[in-house]
Each structure stands twice: as structure tokens, then as C-alpha cells.
Design a protein around this ligand. Structure first.
Ligand code: NAP
Ligand code: GDD
Length: 373
């Protein structure tokens, strides 16, 4: 049985990759951070008590800033494959915590690659680095390919460029089977709620049900090549099954603006996005990546990989799931309202009622904690 170690197992990609590897018969080990609140929601449906015979998913505490634990895990587990997905992955936040982002998103790659060497696994364990289209930044070519030069525009992008070249260097210097997946933006109903697509689908569906009444966004002109996370983890796995390690662009070769995403998402709910979307400069970045569109021809040719979900289907998939979530939230609000009487203006509404003035404090009001996203 093959054994894989995943950093970032609790994230969007970690959860889809775990599903894929378990379905392929792997034993999967994941690194999770100690947190004062539960952070395993995306993988809870996959986890069963390790004392139960046949369990194939195991979780270990660790932090990407702590090389001792990474060495220990590699030494003890002797994994066949490592998927290094863990990162401070939010571009806007990386401007607020650039040093931390450099440590966790950039240096963590060298911690794991060195752990492979120290544990004598450099020629035995295959390594996947979660590289990013954010490295292309101010793009030097359209569409972007594996040979397009990098010009990162954020501390996050700079950290990913470091990790990319570190991965190439360990391949060349020590013969590690180390590959970079240069993944363009990929989304899903499991996407973190502060990334723009999920922020839009969460707000639009909650607005539809009268749970909130506006959505504050930054730059609507930015264009991204958005794919589905479930498709993209398949590409990661295929990279590590090749005889030779290499670097691959994973993308749909289609680009859309944030404005188009809003139009599509709200129109699926028979709403006009312009009635609800407002601008807030706090969601803009000091330097922006204006346009991303990737050419995945090499992945198609060598890996036999194709994206299955495209823009409109992706938006619909996310809206459908978030509408179900918003309905559950409405039902819970109504249940708690029946226990605690609310003032008249806060009365619950039927799912198809037109959006009302703020009944409850909106979760997306910009004043909320002043958090930049
Ligand atoms: P995500 O949802 O933000 O997940 C990040 C994961 O990293 C979470 O499991 C998080 O743990 C973990 N993590 C963060 N800091 C850590 C630390 N100090 N120690 C240990 N674990 C830590 O990201 P994603 O969307 O799944 O993306 C996966 C990877 O692909 C990331 O490296 C990202 O930068 C990269 N990438 C993503 C995209 C995309 O569009 N999604 C595109 C290109 C590249 P918690 O759950 O505890 O926070
Ligand atoms: N998050 C966010 N919030 N983005 C906004 C907002 C907002 O309110 N308003 C406009 N945007 C714009 C951003 O300025 C950016 O141009 C675009 O929406 C996409 O932002 P994000 O969804 O935060 O993603 P990202 O492209 O910055 O980064 C994601 O993709 C990278 C791959 O290109 C992340 O997943 C990175 O980890 C990943 O590497």
C-alpha cells in the first residue's frame, strides 16, 4: 500500500486530495495545526478512529514553521509521496504579514526537502510543491506557460517563487523526484470564505434569503483563470506518477473578471449584482495581478490531464451548495428566533422573499473587526 504525507490537509485542496488518495487505496497521513477551535471540518467526513481496523487516514500535529517535527514525521513515516500544500495562502493577507508568509509559504519547502535528505529519503520519496500562477504576477506573456518568466506582485508570490526554485534545485542537485504544479486559481464549495469566488457565492445566496443585504468587494476588473479544485488535485497525483519529475501549468485556458463572476453568480439567483455589490478599498492590494490565463497543453500532452469543470458550471456548483448552506442558516435563525423573540424589523423571511434591509448584523459589513481580505 502506498503511503502519502500531506501538509495542508485541512485546506480546500488537502481535502479533495485526501479523498482521491484514499479512493486509490493509499494510506494517508496529514499534518494539522493545533488550534483553539476545530480546523478539520473539510476532512471530518473522511476521518475514522485510528483504532478501528482498516483506518487509512492518520493526522499528526505539526507546524510548517517547525522543521524538527517535519524531519521526525518523514523519518517515522517513510512516505512514498509528499504533497506540500500547506501555506499562508491569502495574497491580500501576505501584505499584512509578509515575514510570516515568507517563512510558512516559502521556507517550509526547504524544511521538507531537507527533512527528506536527513531521513535518507531523497531518492525514495516523491515530492509535490504547490506552486502558483500568482508567481506570474505582472504577466510577461499571454497565456502563461511553463516557460513564462515570473514577476511576482505580492509577498505571497515572492515566497512561492522561492519555493518553486528550491524544488527545481533539489531535483537538479540531489536527484529528488520533485515536481512543481503551477496551479491557476481553483475553487469549490470548500473554498475559504475570504477568497473572492466563495465570498461572492456566500453573500449572493445569503442575500437571496434575506440574511444579508450587501457585499463589499475590491477590484472588479481583475481577471482570473478559475477551475475546479476537484479536477486540479488529480493533476497533482498524476505528476508524481511520472517516471521523471517536471513542472506543469494546470489551468482551464479561459479567463473571466471578478465582475463577470458577480454577474453570473447573482443572475443564477435572479438577482442583479449591481443592486448589492459595493466597493471598499480595503479589499484592494498594494500591487495587483491584473490578468491570469494559463495554457495547460503540456499537462494535457504528458499527464493526459483535462479540466472537466468550466466557468459557468463552477459558478453554478458553488451557488447550489451555498444556497443549501444559507437555507440551513435561515432555518437555524428561525429556530433560535422562535426561542428568543426578535424586534419586529428582524423577523425571519421566507426563502423567496425579496432582500430586506439588514435584519441581523451582516457578516460581511466592512467594519467587522477591520479584517482585510
Ligand atoms: P487553503 O485552503 O488556504 O489551505 C492551506 C492549508 O495550509 C490549511 O490546511 C492550513 O491549515 C495549512 N497551514 C497554513 N499555515 C500552516 C502552518 N503554519 N503550519 C501547518 N499548516 C498550515 O489553501 P488551498 O486553496 O487548499 O491551496 C493549497 C496550496 O496550493 C497552498 O499552498 C496554496 O498556496 C496553493 N495554491 C492554491 C491555489 C488555489 O487557487 N486554491 C492556486 C495555486 C496554488 P488550517 O486549516 O489550520 O488553516
Ligand atoms: N479575496 C478578495 N476579496 N479578492 C478580491 C476582492 C475581495 O473582496 N475584491 C476583488 N478581489 C480580487 C483580488 O484583488 C484578485 O484580483 C481577485 O479578486 C482574486 O482574489 P482571491 O480570490 O483572493 O485570489 P488570488 O488570485 O489573489 O489568490 C488565489 O489564487 C492564487 C493562484 O493564482 C489564492 O488561492 C492563492 O493561494 C493562489 O496561489
Amino acid at each position: 500500500m502506498k503511503r502519502a504525507l500531506i501538509t495542508g490537509i485541512t485546506g480546500q485542496d488537502g481535502s479533495y486530495l485526501t479523498e482521491l488518495l484514499l479512493a486509490k487505496g493509499y494510506e494517508v497521513h496529514g499534518v494539522i495545526r493545533r488550534s483553539s477551535s476545530f480546523n478539520t471540518g473539510r476532512i471530518d467526513h473522511l476521518y475514522c478512529d485510528p483504532h478501528v481496523r482498516g483506518s487509512r487516514l492518520f493526522l499528526h500535529f505539526g507546524d510548517l514553521a517547525d522543521s524538527v517535527q517535519m524531519i521526525q514525521l518523514v523519518y517515522e513515516l517513510q512516505p512514498d509521496e509528499i504533497y506540500h500544500l500547506g501555506a499562508q495562502s491569502h495574497v491580500r493577507v501576505s501584505f499584512d504579514i509578509p515575514e510570516y508568509t515568507g517563512d510558512v509559504t516559502g521556507l517550509s519547502a526547504v524544511r521538507i526537502l531537507e527533512a527528506l535528505r536527513k531521513a535518507g529519503r531523497d531518492r525514495k520519496t516523491r515530492f509535490y510543491q504547490a506552486s502558483s500562477s500568482e508567481m506570474f504576477g505582472r504577466v510577461q506573456e499571454v497565456p502563461q506557460t511553463e516557460s513564462t518568466p515570473f514577476w511576482p506582485r505580492s509577498p505571497y508570490g515572492c515566497a512561492k517563487v522561492y519555493a518553486f526554485w528550491l524544488t527545481v534545485n533539489y531535483r537538479e542537485a540531489y536527484g529528488v523526484h520533485a515536481s512543481n504544479g503551477i496551479l491557476f486559481n481553483h475553487e469549490s464549495p470548500r473554498r475559504g470564505e475570504t477568497f473572492v469566488t466563495r465570498k461572492i457565492t456566500r453573500a449572493a445566496t445569503r442575500i437571496k434569503l434575506g440574511l444579508e443585504n450587501s457585499l463589499y468587494l475590491g477590484n472588479l476588473d481583475a481577471k482570473r483563470d478559475w477551475g475546479f479544485a476537484g479536477d486540479y488535485v488529480e493533476a497533482m497525483w498524476r505528476m508524481l506518477q511520472q517516471d521523471e519529475p517536471d513542472d506543469y501549468v494546470i489551468a482551464t485556458n479561459e479567463t473571466h473578471s471578478v465582475r463577470e463572476f458577480c454577474e453570473e453568480a447573482f443572475s443564477l439567483l435572479d438577482l442583479d449584482w449591481q443592486d448589492y455589490v459595493k466597493h471598499d478599498t480595503r479589499y484592494e492590494r498594494p500591487s495587483e495581478v491584473d490578468l491570469l490565463i494559463g495554457n495547460p497543453a503540456k499537462a494535457r500532452r504528458v499527464l493526459g490531464w483535462e479540466p472537466r469543470v468550466h466557468f459557468k458550471d463552477l459558478v453554478k456548483l458553488m451557488i447550489d451548495e451555498d444556497l443549501k448552506l444559507a437555507m440551513r442558516e435561515l432555518a437555524m435563525a428561525q429556530a433560535s428566533d422562535s426561542l428568543t423573540p426578535l424586534p419586529p424589523h428582524a423577523a425571519p423571511v421566507a426563502p423567496d422573499a425579496p432582500p430586506a434591509k439588514a435584519r441581523r448584523p451582516s457578516r460581511r459589513q466592512p467594519a467587522r473587526g477591520g479584517t482585510r481580505r
